[in-house]
Design a protein around this ligand. Structure first.
Ligand code: SAH
Ligand code: SF4
Ligand code: F3S
Length: 469
């Protein structure tokens, strides 16, 4: 469900024909912007928000660094390696800047928020840093840095939701889109930097969410993913009317039965039966839940400040299995958090064997400065132990993914076709409601179609199928 938060994808789409010739360009104000996005889905949604802000101000999106006057890097700070990647990217950009000395580089997103002006001091080729709640200031900042100024805008807000901004769909497939429904997080899990980089939790006006979803549907989109760090705590109250996450899901699902609705991420402590029943009522709400467990050990969960026990978590899994028998379940897990013993690690493996996840994002613990863990705990698990534990979890999950996929062989699923398979242009791929990818021969089919596919073979990552009439 969730993108690998360390993944990077260029989110630009250039209308090449709109670019002016070099001569004209020489006479124009330089306003070509190249956006690069790293991190989670929320960052991808944010790039579409500030992309939209910039387009309104007359900026143009280009799809090559070599054509740009501004490079905006939307960054992630979740683990140290996410930040190291950005530092490496900045070194690479220096060579381009030598060719285009007027080009300005800005760091946006979570790493900007975490490091603030320190980034301007440490990385001399960066001209501006802008945190996730300050994107409205971008046009102003970008005109200020032209003359060589350095600018930082990193104040967080208690109410910014960008709900009046219609995001520009960057690099989209025209079929599925993200809608940010809330921002921030105040769960303060001991290991996590997000509450510090994204600020306090705030929900967005439901009417603007429904309007955006309806607009996308009218534009031909077939799938919407509602995004927040903890969507279950979505809450809106105005003039005595209360809207919680189940109500919001229902409002979006009712736009059309032919538009799928997904959501990410759910915090186990807040996953209510009410939401599960709402999911059961609507065929177009996808039967797939991402429920990050982080650890299977009660002691670790407590130290992590996750606010649930393994028993509570398993009770929620039971509720999903009972109310939504066809639902897939995926998770996030951290290996080697402070003081983790072999016994704790075994409890995590046991959790995986019990739940039998369909897929998982698996990480080794990375101590983040200023988090509760950094202030009060010691990063005491040796690197080789973290790596070994992580590898054990990955090996187990690969086996579980394979076994779960094997169970699909012979079954028929409705898929929404998303595009050409990465391996071959002769093949397309689509997703089931359970968020599983099925690859099949193209025939006369097109992205955006709903098709019934029968699964014929599988690996631990992908299913292969044939179209059934
Ligand atoms: N809001 C989501 C998680 C967002 S971050 C939730 O609470 O479930 C995505 C994942 O990154 C987390 O679920 C966690 O597994 C991982 N993560 C967060 N901080 C980390 C750290 N310091 N080291 C390693 N992994 C971390
Ligand atoms: Fe981080 Fe916890 Fe918030 Fe998720 S719920 S973003 S892990 S603090
Ligand atoms: Fe990374 Fe920020 Fe998302 S730290 S995971 S980009 S909220």
């Amino acid at each position: 469900m969730q993108l690998d938060p360390d993944n990077h994808k260029n989110t630009n789409r250039q209308e090449t024909e709109k670019r002016t010739s070099p001569l004209q360009y020489g006479n124009q104000e330089k306003k070509n912007v190249y956006i690069e996005t790293y991190g989670c889905q929320m960052n991808f949604a944010d790039s579409e928000i500030f992309g939209s802000i910039l387009l309104k101000e007359g900026y143009t999106m280009v799809n090559e660094v070599g054509l740009s006057d501004y490079v905006l890097i939307n960054t992630c700070a979740i683990r140290d390696n996410a930040e190291q990647r950005i530092r490496k990217r900045l070194r690479e950009l220096r060579a381009v800047q030598r060719q285009r000395p007027w080009m300005r580089v800005g760091i946006l997103g979570c790493m900007a928020e975490r490091l603030k002006t320190q980034l301007l001091e440490e990385e001399e080729n960066v001209s501006f840093v802008v945190g996730p709640d300050a994107y409205r200031k971008l046009p102003n900042i970008m005109s200020r840095v032209r003359g060589g100024d350095k600018v930082a805008a990193t104040e967080l807000s208690n109410d910014e939701t960008y709900d009046d901004i219609e995001p520009v769909r960057l690099n989209g497939n025209g079929i599925s889109a993200y809608i940010s429904i809330m921002r921030g997080c105040q769960n303060y899990c001991a290991y996590c930097v997000v509450p510090y980089t994204r600020g306090l939790e705030r929900s967005r006006n439901p009417q603007t969410i429904v309007d955006e979803a309806r607009y996308l549907f009218n534009e031909g989109y077939k799938e919407i993913t509602l995004l927040g760090q903890n969507v279950n705590s979505y809450r809106w109250e105005q003039n005595g009317t209360k809207v919680g996450f189940p109500e919001l899901m229902a409002m979006v699902a009712e736009i059309s039965p032919s538009m799928r609705v997904r959501f990410a991420t759910s915090h186990p402590k807040d996953l209510s039966d009410d939401l599960l029943h709402t999911m059961a009522r609507y065929d177009n709400i996808c039967k797939s839940i991402h429920l990050p467990v982080q650890s299977g050990s009660e002691r670790m969960l407590k130290l992590m400040n996750r606010k649930y026990t393994p028993q509570w978590y398993l009770n929620r899994i039971e509720a999903i299995r009972t109310i939504l028998p066809t639902c897939s379940i995926s998770t996030d897990v951290i290996a080697g958090f402070c003081t983790e013993t072999e016994e704790d690690h075994q409890a995590t493996l046991e959790m995986f064997r019990t739940v039998r996840y369909d897929s998982a994002f698996m990480f080794k613990f990375s101590m983040r400065p200023n988090t509760f863990a950094a202030r009060h705990m010691e990063d005491d698990i040796p690197e080789e132990v973290k790596i070994r534990r992580l590898e054990e979890i990955i090996a187990l999950q690969n086996q579980l993914s394979l076994e779960n996929n094997q169970k699909c062989i012979g079954q028929t699923f409705e898929v929404l076709v998303e595009g050409a398979s990465h391996r071959s242009k002769e093949q397309l791929f689509g997703r089931t409601s359970q968020n599983k990818v099925i690859v099949f021969d193209r025939g006369n089919h097109q992205p955006g179609e709903y098709l019934m596919l029968k699964v014929t073979e599988c690996t631990s990552a992908t299913l292969k199928g044939v179209v059934v009439d």
